[in-house]
Ligand binder design. Structure first.
Ligand code: PSU
Length: 303
């Protein structure tokens, strides 16, 4: 596939069948403020390495999909203001026009699959937004999970969403939602959403085996691994819920819609919690990087 530019480290790992974990870039450009965004991206890469895998951060630049970014590219992306937020709908257009684009969960899954990377770690997936029964706002991350064979490790779906509807959507679409090490579906900043996850697994090798068996069965699509935030970093559900509600009310009053909703809410929640939500977000991404590396290791051993 001539659209892909691999960093030398990622190219070597893929050639040797070594474990690789894909990482997204929208969390850098639209999910966290500078400079914590770049610091976190580096720490996540280091965490993947510390657990025996090679990190492959993905972004679009100069008409190419970059799989594995240099330090300078990460820095530039983290400070740029006019980066497009790319999902399935806009990936090809950004490549065609030579723009700079950050990949969401959906676009990162597409690129990871093209690159031959089976697992991808992020913070939280997009999902069904509250009020979707009138706004129709459903993240393109959900249909992507139904059609692209990549295992996505996230701390559940972001608690700004309608989590029961998000789980209903995933069930209808046939996406395995696997809570890691607990029965509850985690809610990003909190370990427990109050909802039970449809599936539970306690071991990385079983998650890797399930991905393989889906392929054997001829089932398209990926898996969502919902990894709860570490207990010491979580924000209790009673604490974060009123903050989320206030941020949602502001977004509605300001008429924020479509792609702008999630970045707006994350930024306002960061301000309202005086940075606590960001600290939690960083902790959960690092935790997902660690599990992603373990799953990538298990996938590589089984291959
Ligand atoms: N995880 C985070 N922060 C983020 C995201 C994930 O901790 O900002 C990004 C991902 O790129 C995901 C996107 O695809 O949020 C969801 O956006 P939307 O709800 O507009 O689909």
């Amino acid at each position: 596939m001539d659209l892909l530019t691999f960093s030398p480290e990622v190219a070597a790992a893929l050639r040797d069948g070594a474990p690789v974990v894909a990482l997204e870039s929208t969390i850098i450009t639209h999910g966290m403020p500078w400079p914590q965004n770049v610091e976190t991206a580096r720490a996540v890469e280091a965490k993947v390495r510390a657990h025996g895998a090679v990190p492959a951060t993905i972004a679009v630049m100069g008409g190419r999909i970059h799989v594995g970014l240099t330090e300078a590219e990460l820095d530039r992306l983290g400070q740029a203001r006019d980066v497009a937020k790319l999902s399935r709908a806009d990936l090809a257009a950004c490549l065609a026009t030579g723009g700079v684009g950050a990949t969401t969960v959906a676009a990162t899954m597409i690129c990871a699959r093209l690159a031959g990377i089976g697992v991808f770690a992020t913070g939280g997936i997009g999902g069904v937004h509250r009020g979707a029964e009138t706004s129709f706002d459903i993240s393109a991350d959900l249909p992507e999970l139904a059609q692209t064979a990549v295992t996505v490790v996230a701390a559940g779906a972001k608690a700004i969403l309608d989590l029961p509807k998000t789980l209903e959507y995933l069930e209808t679409a046939g996406v395995p939602v696997i809570a890691y090490g607990q029965d509850a579906f985690p809610a990003f900043w909190s370990r427990d959403s109050g909802l039970r996850a449809p599936l539970r697994m306690d071991r990385a090798d079983e998650i890797a085996a399930a991905a393989r068996l889906r392929a054997t069965l001829g089932l398209p699509g990926g898996q969502l691994v919902a990894n709860p935030i570490p207990a010491e970093a979580e924000i209790a559900r009673e604490v974060i819920t009123p903050v989320i509600e206030a941020a949602l009310a502001e977004a509605a009053a300001k008429g924020i819609a479509a792609k702008a909703v999630t970045p707006f809410l994350l930024q306002r929640i960061f301000e309202m919690t005086e940075g606590r939500s960001l600290a939690a977000n960083i902790a959960l991404v690092l935790n997902n990087a660690r599990l992603g590396a373990a799953i990538a290791g298990a996938m590589a051993r089984a291959a």
